[in-house]
Design a protein around this ligand. Sequence first.
Ligand SMILES: N[C@@H](CCC(=O)N[C@@H](CS)C(=O)NCC(=O)O)C(=O)O
Length: 205
Amino acid sequence: MSDRLKLYGDPISGNCLKTKWTADYLGLDYDWIALDIRKGETRTDEFLAINPFGQVPTAALADGRILTQSNAIMVYLVEAHGGDLLPRDPYDRAQVFKWLFWEQNSHEPYIAGRRFRKAYLGHGDEKIDAEWLPRGEAALGLMERTLQDTDYLAGDRLTLADIALVAYTRVAHEGGFDLSGFASVRAWIARVEKDLSIDPVSEAG
Ligand SMILES: N[C@@H](CCC(=O)N[C@@H](CS)C(=O)NCC(=O)O)C(=O)O
């Protein structure tokens, strides 16, 4: 048992970076334990004993309890440590959850999926499900229309919705998505990167 939060993650993974950025934004004291998913480091007996799903991000809380799933970890960190990344009003809070569920269902599978295959596995388009490009573009289109009217996804300030969605949107070009037609999305990426004090991704800006 440790008395300090541990975040297990691979920095190439947007899902892992979401939890790191949230912990950093909240000013938490934690240990970042880097694992390399491409070397199978989440599938060792030692790691499977921590997280039987064999995936990162994984959080080991200060009292030793384990938490998985990027968006659940982010919500936990905010609930446990405070801060303004989740609105108190039930309807406004549900708007943030709406984006978190949508991210995992309609955005991440296509945008992160294509990026991992193209940028990290070196797959050409012919080896990737042809549906993923139009589905990812549809997700970006929905974000673009939303962000034409508001600076942030769920209201007028940074929330977990923005942290969850920026993680893979800012590197969507690595998955072959052309962001040049999504001006409001690009402006939002720059805004959120600044809020989170993370280095800008030049291709998106
Ligand atoms: N829905 C999960 C996805 C977790 C996930 O797919 N993790 C990947 C990295 S992004 C992983 O650990 N892959 C290694 C493996 O499955 O062996 C989340 O949001 O945390």
